[in-house]
Design a protein around this ligand. Structure first.
Ligand code: SF4
Ligand code: ZN
Length: 456
């Protein structure tokens, strides 16, 4: 790596596309505010702001988010540049090879972006790009970008799935995850968090054969789960037969696929029965299940249907349809009632939108850092999950297994709940607990066992 721009270790970074009147755009103009690549030290980290301003007679504001998403793709076209994520989580690296070969200036990246924007999206007639790398001068445009993202999100929250008769799909990420296609509905913003139903509608209207397209709902097969024949047909076709069914509002049964650019991960915490945890990209450290975002992202992404690990947008957490199917299956009234733990970074972002009667009952790492302390905390605050049969079985089940182990101290399988794989010489080894087994195991917990005997 030659330099890193943006990413989780840098406070302010963003990418934003704005549609402007023609007279405000100087076609081809590239402005840099801050040091250029060639002035940066090898191995250093810097802020990055990318502001692309475009004009064209057919352009409308609704297209901005869709254009903005293409920054990811266009930057990755450049050999030796890595670009990840979007909005204020963008993260880039320039390789030493790229810089040694002469790709050492934002002038070049700006030229690439402007030419690709105009070539790939011919409705864009003029474009100019401004890069910000100065840590002080990025503050104002960064705050402005955040205000635009909030405005877009606020608008996206103004309608519901029941208010519309068309959904949309997006296959922009198929170059990274070939079996993935996003289903974008008013209540389920794309998992990258950057394309709302309004944005997708605008994109499909101007370029119906492009990567964003209409998805007629077809027949409603299961309204509560969000299963529609039109979506099933779409995913079957777009995943080349890999995936046949999607429940839009479930993370556990026929869940939506995840590519790799989800804003957050909604994951099952089997130790709480059906409880879920949520962690977002900016969370630094390990989640309540002992895994950092990166490890869970590997499990979640790649275009697979992965019950218990669901890549989601942050807006979806506050959607009335959020995992509503999983919640009602166990007698809860809303999906947010499933959530027992959230990383503080994501909880802070959605706190004001969460129902008042539940938001303080969701633990963060500041309340509970160790999984074994979670049930007691949930019971203390009266989290609704503790009333579910699934919770009672899970919490009781673990205790039973522990008890049996301590009493017998033997390395033998323990029925259908758990089993032990002995270590060499009969000491230590691993405990394997299979939970919620129906057709397949939702989770396998492998714990190292220290030899111990119950005190007489
Ligand atoms: Fe499109 Fe989904 Fe990828 Fe976002 S995550 S760019 S909506 S495919
Ligand atoms: Zn993606």
């Amino acid at each position: 790596m030659y330099v890193e721009l943006g990413g989780p270790k840098i406070e302010r970074h963003f990418e934003l596309v704005r549609v402007k009147p023609e007279k405000e755009i100087e076609d081809g103009k590239i402005t840099l505010i801050g040091p250029d690549i060639m002035d940066m030290e090898v191995g250093s980290r810097h802020p990055i702001g990318i502001l692309v301003e475009v004009s064209g007679p057919e352009l409308e504001e609704d297209l901005e988010a869709v254009f903005e998403r293409r920054v990811h793709e266009f930057c990755n076209f450049v050999n030796g540049i890595m670009h990840l994520n979007q909005r204020y989580t963008n993260w880039m690296r320039f390789s030493k090879t790229a810089v040694e070969k002469g790709f050492n200036s934002f002038q070049m990246l700006g030229t690439v972006l402007i030419r690709l924007y105009k070539a790939e999206l011919p409705i864009i007639k003029k474009a100019q790009v401004t890069f910000y790398t100065d840590p002080d001068k990025i503050k104002e445009p960064y705050d402005f970008a955040l205000s635009i993202y909030s405005k877009r999100d606020e608008r996206a929250r103004s309608i519901n799935d029941d208010d519309v008769d068309m959904f949309y799909g997006c296959v922009l990420c198929q170059s990274f995850a070939p079996t993935h296609a996003c289903c974008i509905t008013p209540n389920r913003m794309s998992l990258c968090g950057s394309i709302s139903w309004f944005d997708a509608r605008a994109a499909a209207r101007v370029d119906p054969k492009g990567p964003l397209f209409e998805v007629p709902m077809g027949e409603t097969i299961n309204k509560e789960a969000g299963e529609y024949s039109g979506i099933n047909e779409m995913i079957k076709k777009r995943s080349l037969g890999e995936i046949n069914r999607i429940y839009l509002y479930s993370g556990m049964e026929f869940p939506h696929t995840s590519c790799g650019c989800f804003e957050a991960i909604d994951f099952l915490i089997p130790e709480t029965g059906a409880g879920h945890g949520i962690i977002d990209r900016s969370y630094d450290g390990v989640a309540i299940n002992g895994l950092p975002f990166s490890a869970m992202a590997n499990q979640t992404g790649g275009g697979k249907q992965m019950p218990g690990f669901n890549g989601i947008s942050i807006q979806y957490i506050i959607s009335p349809k959020f995992q509503i199917y999983d919640a009602t299956q166990i007698g809860l009234k809303s999906g947010i009632e499933l959530v027992v733990w959230m990383g503080k970074t994501v909880k802070d972002r959605v706190y004001e939108f969460l129902p008042e009667d539940i938001r303080d009952k969701i633990a963060t790492e500041e309340d509970v850092a160790d999984l074994s302390d979670l049930p007691a905390w949930l019971e203390k605050v009266g989290h609704p999950i503790v009333e579910t049969e699934e919770y009672k079985a899970a919490v009781g089940g673990i205790e039973e297994v522990e008890e049996e182990w301590e009493e017998e101290g033997a390395m033998v399988p323990m029925g259908t709940v758990g089993m032990t794989i002995p270590g060499v010489g009969g000491a230590g080894g691993f405990k394997v607990i299979l939970k919620n087994c129906k057709i397949h195991a939702e989770s396998i917990i492998i714990k190292k066992i220290e030899p111990k005997r119950k005190k007489k």
